[in-house]
Each structure stands twice: as C-alpha cells, then as structure tokens.
Design a protein around this ligand. Structure first.
Ligand SMILES: *Cc1c(COP(=O)(O)O)cnc(C)c1O
Length: 358
C-alpha cells in the first residue's frame, strides 16, 4: 500500500510516473540499459534532455527570449549563483519573507551590496509585505523574492512591480502548481524535489539580457552561460532526475497542464483551510490573503497534542506531518502529486483526533 506523504520535500511523485519509471528501469527504450547507466552524450539521453526542456517551455509558456537549464546544486546553489551572474552595479535588493529568502539574502551579501528592502519577520513571516516600485533602488541589478515560503506557508498573490529592475524569484515550492506570467521575471529557479521530480536537478530560467553580466570570479560551473551554451550538458548532468522530471512534465501535460493543476490545487487547499477555519481545535495563523496553496502549517491546542498528532497520523499512513522546527506544530505540504483523496483522508483523521483529544 502507498502512504500519503505530506513532506515539504522530497515529496510525492505521481504514481503513473513511478510505475512508468519502474517499467523502463532495466531497459530504457530497447537500449538494454537504464537511464542511470547511460552516457549523457548518447542519442537517447539527448532526446530526454531536449524533451524535458520543450515540455517545460510549453507548460510554463516560456518565451523565446529566455533560456532554460537543468543544473545540479539545488536551489541553494542558485542563492550564490544569482549575485555572481547578474552584476552590473553590484547592488541587489532582497525581500525577506522566510527562511529560504533570508538564506538567499545572506549568501548574496558575500558577493554584492545586498540590501533587505522589506521583511515580514516582525510577525514571524505570517504575511507578505506590501511592495511598490519606489521601495527598490533604481540602479539595483535585480530584486529577489521567494514566491512561495515553504516553511511559513505564505505566497505572493502576484509578481510585484519592480519597474525596470529585473525580478528574480525562487519558485522551488510552487513551480508548475499555478499559472505564472514568466515575462514578469528576469530569472526563475527551482529545485526539483517539491513539484518536479527527484532531488538532484535544479531548473533555472534566465532571460537573455541577464546572461552576460557575470562577476569575473564567478566559477565556470555557476555561470549560467556555461550550461546555456551546452544545453545543460557541459558536464555530467543529473540525468536520472531530469528523466523523471520529463515524465512528470508529460503527465502534467496529459492532465491539462498548469491551468488544470492549479484548479485541483486550489480545491485541495480550500478543503484543508476551510476545515481548519471551521474547527476550534486547529489554527493556521497565516494572513488569509497570503496563504500558500502548497504548504499548510497548523497547530493543535498544545505542543504535546501536536507530537501525538504527528505520530498517530503516521500510523494511519499520513506521513511527515511534523512542522518545521522554526514554526512547530504540523505542516501539510500538498504539492501537485498529492491527490484529493490524501486531503480527504487527512481531514478525516483531523476530525477523529479532535474528537478524541478535545
Ligand atoms: C526547498 C527549498 C529550497 C532549498 O532547495 P534545495 O534544492 O534543497 O537547495 C529553497 N527555496 C525554497 C523556496 C524551497 O522550498
């Protein structure tokens, strides 16, 4: 039996994708070998790499003036790659809305004059600050935001207006979960392990005008143009992760693309938030307007009950519901691959737990 995994990442993958990977594991497309054993310079792998890019372009509606690369290092490596790659005036503005936003800000301070222009730390990151373009330095190289805050369960409701300053966004925990207008961004990046595939591959989408303003010290491997020139095959790529990601993209396209996925995600999140709001036992303290579609933190009346909840839920096949140590309580991460039945089962468990422990 498969359990429902509410982990913030690595997280669930669509069952259809796992089965298809299983089927091809020992013999990919008649090659007699697995993708894991395959040269990244071989025809079959080049086809996988090209299809992954093509499908992502279709799904996200990525225009021609953007390049897409699949690299290693996770989203965290991009925290340093960004200030090393986009450097004209050596100034960058950061909006700090949570743990990952703060990490990216701290990393940037090593390589550029990075300034925090707005933060929601005053209320434990339970909202997204109101932003307007006069808050950013007009000569900043870019403005960095984290679109969905995985730990605190908040998200931007739209891309902020940064005027002529390019907008860079970490979309690790919301990529492909809702429609976004790529043209509003200079750079978008995401680790795979939340909505895309197994950890190991990181997606970077870079507008062409931001590709050739690297700092001299930028390592070759962190330079976007290195991988762009080689279609992500400059060195050995995370081939197996990219292959599974390609399958996830195919699957997403089959079910109607990001628009259809967004509808399902909105339904899932509404079911869970509605139940939490209707209960006097559970609380979610994020300002309603900014509630994430992907990560839903909540608490019961006490830390003891929280711990009991997490362990009893696991026995019921509802895994990894423990909240992040910075927030406590519980967190249900309900990424694309979490089916509606998983939410139904979670709510049924929450009701039962409430009755037994009130
Ligand atoms: C998970 C996550 C990260 C870290 O990703 P890695 O791939 O582990 O480096 C960064 N940003 C956000 C928003 C995340 O959710």
């Amino acid at each position: 039996m498969r359990n429902y995994n509410f982990s913030a990442g690595p997280s669930m993958l669509p069952l259809e994708v796992l089965k298809s990977v299983q089927e091809e594991l020992l013999d990919f497309g008649g090659t007699g070998i697995s993708v894991m054993e395959m040269s990244h310079r071989s025809k079959p792998y080049e086809a996988i790499n090209a299809e992954a890019e093509q499908l992502l372009r279709e799904l996200m509606n990525i225009p021609e003036n953007y390049d897409v690369i699949f690299v290693q290092g996770g989203a965290s490596t991009q925290f340093e790659a960004i200030p090393l790659n986009i450097c004209k005036n050596r100034k960058a503005d950061y909006v700090v809305t949570g743990n990952f936003a703060n990490k990216s800000f701290k990393e940037a301070q090593k390589y550029t004059d990075a300034v925090c222009v707005a933060s929601s730390k005053d209320k434990n990151y339970s909202y997204i600050p109101k932003l307007s373009k006069d808050m950013f330095r007009p000569d900043a190289d870019y403005v960095h935001i984290c679109y969905n805050n995985t730990i605190f369960g908040t998200r931007y409701t739209e891309a902020p207006d940064t005027g002529s300053v390019p907008l860079v966004a970490d979309i690790s925990s919301c990529i492909l979960s809702q429609e976004i207008d790529v043209t509003k961004f200079g750079v978008l990046y995401a680790g795979a392990q939340k909505n895309v595939g197994p950890a190991g591959v990181t997606i970077v989408i870079v507008r062409k005008d931001l590709q050739n303003m690297c700092q001299d010290i930028c390592p070759t491997m962190l330079k976007w143009s290195t991988q762009i020139a080689e279609h992500s095959l400059y060195n050995t790529p995370p081939a197996f992760s990219t292959y599974v990601a390609m399958k996830v993209f195919r699957h997403l396209k089959e079910i109607g693309g990001v628009k259809a996925m967004q509808k399902i995600n909105e339904k899932k999140a509404k079911m869970l938030y509605d139940y939490i709001d209707s209960s006097s036992f559970y609380t979610n303290s994020v300002e309603k307007e900014y509630r994430s579609l992907m990560n839903v933190p909540f608490v019961s009346p006490s830390a003891e009950l929280d711990a009991k909840f997490v362990s009893e839920a696991a026995k019921d096949g509802l895994l990894t519901l423990k909240g992040h140590r910075l927030v406590g309580g519980m967190r249900a991460s309900i990424y694309n691959a979490m089916p509606i039945e998983g939410i139904e089962k979670l709510i049924a468990f929450m009701k039962k737990f409430e009755k037994e422990n009130k």
